[in-house]
Write a protein that binds this ligand. Sequence first.
Ligand code: GTP
Ligand code: MG
Length: 226
Amino acid sequence: MAQGSENRWQKDAADQNFDYMFKILIIGNSSVGKTSFLFRYADDSFTSAFVSTVGIDFKVKTIFRHDKRIKLQIWDTAGQERYRTITTAYYRGAMGFILMYDITNEESFNSVQDWSTQIKTYSWDNAQVILVGNKCDMEDERIVSTDRGKQLADHLGMEFFETSAKENINVKAVFERLVDIICDKMSESLESDPSSVINASSRIAGTRLTDQPKLLQQSSSSSCNC
Ligand code: GTP
Ligand code: MG
């Protein structure tokens, strides 16, 4: 990573000036492009070299949405089976998941159902999930049609995007949509049961997004409950 961008990340991670913090996880089989997707979003960079992730790593990015400063803590998990015990331990407290497969890899698509079950087993009930078919730049090698992706997403009750970390297609759109549906869910949960979101996730998650001032403006400690 270039020195400048590294400094920016350090600054972002330490920055306490935000209205809300959302913990997001990227999950899916090894080599579907999770790390590449995060690097594209975070640094606008891409490399064709494959360095499989060991365990788990995260990046922080602060964005503006709904007139709020939202700090995203984005966890990039290892897809390899041998890290499963470590990675599922991080599901707790996640408000959003990007569940990724590779459109050129049938096995990664067939694993989506299992990943969805992992989310249900290890995360909070209200966690929001977007299904992502990555590597859509590789049309010549496509194995999973867009329709099959859409149908599976419908079946699992998720939204669906096809993306390319390489060509920067829909990467930002996925994160923005995920933030929007997390915000919608938070407002909905608070309307029906004001205590529900706070109990289930972090205190930041309990803040109403629609009409309140900065109720939970951060001071010194981190808001993440991971
Ligand atoms: P694990 O860390 O093992 O779980 O894998 P991962 O899901 O993080 O995969 P990674 O991002 O390391 O990408 C795997 C390979 O796919 C690398 O060689 C990337 O360059 C390539 N790749 C990732 N995204 C894309 C994409 O959108 N298009 C193309 N053509 N290649 C991609
Ligand atoms: Mg990786």
